[in-house]
Design a protein around this ligand. Sequence first.
Ligand SMILES: [Zn+2]
Ligand SMILES: [Zn+2]
Length: 228
Amino acid sequence: MVKFCPTCNRSSEEVGFIGEFCEVCTSERIGRTIPDRVSIKRCKNCGNIKTDMGYEPLGKDPIERAIKHELHAKDFRLKMLEYDETKGTADILFKTDIDGNKLSFTKKLHVKMEMGYCPKCYRMKAGYYEAVVQLRGRSADVENFVTKLLKFIDSRNGFASKIDDMPDGCDIYVSDKAAVSAFFDSRENLKPKKSYELYGMRRGKKLYRHKFFIDLRDPRGLWSKKKH
Ligand SMILES: [Zn+2]
Ligand SMILES: [Zn+2]
């Protein structure tokens, strides 16, 4: 028996039906339940966007996951077909099952980038640090050392919030004391002098900043014997 859609009058000979209504009208009805616009948090310093996995560099796959995360559309599988950065739009293919019938449709969403700071940049901006590396020595050695230290810290997702030049070296303020310790542990020939400074409390626990002092000219330091 031929069915006619009560909304658009299409017949079951033209299009598929889901219950009483044609699949075109059903898709439109369900599509309307999905918001037209979605906001994604983006860091104005590093440009990373917030996804289900924290902050990640902008890219097709992270945007797709960020949209999915923000829509809270659990009943849908979605795939981003196109993203237009200048227009701020994303064409999304939605797929779902309704009473055993597969339904898919596309919808253009307006994507708004909500600018702010990611936790890492926020702390960098606030001058956050847990460790100070006081480095002294010949300028070429100091420079070489700073490059290696910063590269290591960066690989651990940390940062230097400040570097103060000193007459015979520099003081580097680092966000992550564990990363600084790991850096020195990985270089057995470097034995800095360590000291600690109480700087606050968090949830009843005392917080210490670590100070590492190293003089690359120190004849007892083995720095010059084995270059990394
Ligand atoms: Zn219809
Ligand atoms: Zn950032």
